[in-house]
Ligand binder design. Structure first.
Ligand SMILES: [Mg+2]
Length: 255
């Protein structure tokens, strides 16, 4: 874009990016679209929020980071992830611990970014195209790591990634994570969705995901779709209003 959006609107600006070109010509020079019409008034936003790990991609990024450290670390990390996604232990009980064990470097995270793309859900591209054609804007909401997920989001044409930031030192070594970010704990996804509703004022919100952390969003969204291509979690299947085995099934369910 050839102009700067005012700071409060920039985060959500992409949602009506298709309208910018035509609108810009009707506005005086130097006046952006958002100064005359907030995004939600210009075009009601319909948000399709999708989990990343075991939903948009077959893998669990944190487990793959563990795998880079050998079989023993992988087994330990995978067991913790599974218990958390099954809802048997709280996310916060394993979040920092898994990272402390793995100490992921910047290069490791880039490798996971490549693996996310290699293992993308096979119907994701077509499903996202169908959802966009019906007026939905896809977004990723994840308890995974923003720098690992960004390449997959770019591959899928998804602009906004809500996930946990990782920090590295100048040599690319692990230097911690954003401990304040909601998805580092149980109840974090519904909390983030409440914040997104306040920020973006979407007309409708749908959430798709495989984990109990996704199911927790059900009271905050218009429809929660459980996802079971890679793993069927009994608690999610039982609690979800809809449950699918392929992202291809999602567009027909959108309210
Ligand atoms: Mg998941």
């Amino acid at each position: 874009m050839g102009f700067k959006l005012p700071r409060p609107f920039r985060a959500g600006g992409f949602f009506v990016a298709v309208g910018i070109k035509s609108a810009k010509s009707r506005l005086p020079a130097g006046v952006s679209r958002w100064e005359s019409a907030p995004p939600n008034m210009a075009s009601p936003l319909k948000l399709l929020i999708i989990d990343c790990d075991s939903t948009l991609s077959a893998i669990e990024g944190i487990d793959e980071l563990g795998r880079l450290r050998g079989a023993a670390v992988f087994a330990r990390v995978e067991a913790m992830t599974h218990e958390a996604m099954d809802g048997r232990i709280a996310v916060e009980a394993v979040f920092g611990e898994r990272l402390r064990i793995i100490q992921p470097r910047r290069a490791d995270v880039a490798e996971i970014g490549r693996r996310y793309i290699e293992t993308v859900e096979p119907t994701a591209i077509a499903a996202l195209a169908a959802a966009r054609a019906a007026g939905w804007t896809p977004m990723i909401l994840s308890g995974g790591f923003r720098p690992a997920i960004r390449p997959l989001a770019d591959f899928l044409g998804i602009e906004r990634v809500e996930a946990v930031d990782l920090f590295f030192d100048a040599a690319g070594n692990y230097a911690g994570f954003d401990e304040a970010y909601p998805t580092t704990r149980s109840g974090g996804k519904p909390e983030r969705i409440r914040e997104l509703r306040a920020e973006l004022r979407p007309e409708r919100v749908v959430m798709v995901g495989d984990g109990v952390s996704d199911l927790e969003t059900a009271p905050e969204v218009d429809l929660f779709v459980g996802f079971g291509r890679y793993l069927t979690r009994a608690k999610v299947k039982a609690g979800a209003a809809a449950f699918v085995g392929s992202l291809a099934e999602v567009p027909a369910l959108l309210p």
